[in-house]
Design a protein around this ligand. Structure first.
Ligand code: ASP
Length: 348
C-alpha cells in the first residue's frame, strides 16, 4: 500500500540560521529559502515533502513584536489543513518568548510546531543549523502508525534536545547548546535515534478544531528585584500608565523584602487592578510563597504565584489573557491554571 508523503511547511522568520556566506565577498547575507533544497540538498533524503514561506523582510528576533507572533499564527492556521507539521526558523534571541506566545495563541493545536534556529549561519562550515533544521523536520513529520503526530505541541528543538516551547529559556549566547527547559523534562533526546518521552508529551483533544488567537495586550512589565532596589524604581514601574500585569522576579522560592514601603507599593498597585505574578529569578525551581514569611507576606498582599513558570511564559500568558479583555479577577484566576503545560501546579 502506498503511504502518502508527510508534508511540512517551513516558515523562515529570520535569524542567524538563514544566513549564507557570499562566495565572492565573504559577507553573510540572508539566504533565499525558496531555494532551500539547492542549498541544503540533504533535505531530499528526508521522506517529507517540504514547502517554504519566508517573512519579507526576514527579521532579527530581537525586533520581534506581538504583531509578528500574530503573523506567524495566521500563517500556521491558514495552512493548517494542508500540512502535517510546521517548522519555524527563528532567531535564537527571543525564540523562547515567541514559542511561549504561540503556544497560547494556537488553541487546540494537534499538529507539531517545531521552532529551531542556530548559533552559526546555515551557510558556514561548522554550522549547527543543518542538523537542527533536518532533525526539526523529522520531528515535525513523525507519526504513529495510526497517522497521529508524535509531538502535537509547540516545541523548540535545539542541539539534541526537544523541549516544550513555553518551558524554555535561552541560556547561552555562545554554546550550540543554547536552550534549557529547567522545570520540565525533555520531550525527546536526539542521538543516533530520536528517543521520545511519550509520557511527557501532551495529547490534545483532536476533536476540537484549531482556534487561532491574534490579540495580545502588551501593557505588561517585568519588575526584577535586587538588594537595594529603591522605592522610586518600584513606584515608577508599578505606576506606568495603562499597566495591567507585572511579572515580578523575586529571590529563591519567591521571596522579597518585607519592608513597609515595598508592601504598600504592591498593595496599592493590586488595588488599582494590576495583576502581579511572582516568578523566581533562579534558573530552575518553583515559587512556594507559603515557605518563608517573606513569601507569605506577598501572598497576603494579593501577589499571585507564578509556580515554576519561566519569565517568558508568564509575560506571554499575561499578554494573552489581557488581550482577550479579561478583568483582573479573571486573569488572576486563569494564572492559577495550566493552559498548555506551561506551569506545574502542585497536586495537579
Ligand atoms: N540576533 C539573532 C536573532 O535572534 C541571533 C540568532 O539568530 O541566533 O535573530
Amino acid at each position: 500500500m502506498a503511504t502518502s508523503l508527510t508534508s511540512v511547511l517551513i516558515i523562515y522568520t529570520g535569524g542567524t540560521i538563514g544566513m549564507a556566506q557570499n562566495p565572492v565577498t565573504g559577507a553573510l547575507e540572508p539566504f533565499n529559502f525558496h531555494h532551500l533544497l539547492d542549498n541544503v540538498p540533504e533535505l531530499r533524503l528526508l521522506g517529507s515533502s517540504i514547502s517554504t514561506i519566508q517573512f519579507e523582510p526576514p527579521i532579527d528576533s530581537s525586533e520581534i513584536e506581538p504583531s509578528q507572533w500574530a503573523r506567524l499564527v495566521y500563517l500556521i492556521s491558514e495552512n493548517y489543513d494542508l500540512f502535517d507539521g510546521f517548522v519555524v526558523l527563528h532567531g535564537t534571541d527571543t525564540m523562547a518568548y515567541t514559542a511561549s506566545a504561540v503556544s497560547f495563541m494556537l488553541e487546540n493545536l494537534s499538529k507539531p510546531v517545531i521552532f529551531t534556529g542556530s548559533q552559526l549561519p546555515i551557510g558556514v562550515l561548522r554550522t549547527d543549523g543543518k542538523e537542527n533544521l533536518i532533525t526539526a523536520i523529522e520531528i515535525a513529520s513523525a507519526k504513529y502508525p495510526d497517522g497521529k503526530p508524535v509531538v502535537p505541541e509547540v516545541c523548540i528543538f535545539f542541539e539534541n534536545s526537544l523541549m516544550r516551547g513555553n518551558r524554555t529559556s535561552k541560556i547561552s549566547a555562545e554554546n550550540f547548546n543554547a536552550f534549557a527547559s529547567p522545570n520540565y523534562p525533555l520531550l525527546a533526546q536526539v542521538g543516533v535515534h530520536i528517543s521520545y518521552d511519550e509520557s511527557e508529551i501532551r495529547r490534545p483533544d483532536e476533536t476540537k478544531p484549531l482556534k487561532a488567537h491574534y490579540s495580545m495586550d502588551n501593557n505588561i512589565a517585568v519588575l526584577k528585584l535586587y538588594p537595594g532596589i529603591s522605592r522610586q524604581a518600584v513606584h515608577q514601574i508599578l505606576g506606568i500608565p495603562g499597566l495591567k500585569g507585572v511579572v515580578m522576579e523575586t529571590f529563591g522560592a519567591g521571596n522579597a523584602p518585607k519592608c513597609e514601603w515595598f508592601l504598600t507599593e504592591l498593595r496599592e498597585a493590586i488595588q488599582r487592578g494590576i495583576v502581579i505574578v511572582n516568578v523566581t529569578q533562579c534558573n530552575s525551581g518553583s515559587v512556594q510563597m507559603g515557605l518563608y514569611s517573606t513569601g507569605n507576606t506577598l501572598l497576603g498582599c494579593g501577589v499571585l504565584s507564578g509556580y515554576d513558570s519561566t519569565t517568558e511564559a508568564a509575560i506571554a500568558k499575561l499578554m494573552f489573557l489581557f488581550g482577550h479583555g479579561l478583568s483582573p479577577e479573571e486573569v488572576a484566576k486563569a494564572m492559577n491554571r495550566s493552559f498548555v503545560g506551561e506551569i506545574t501546579i502542585p497536586d495537579e
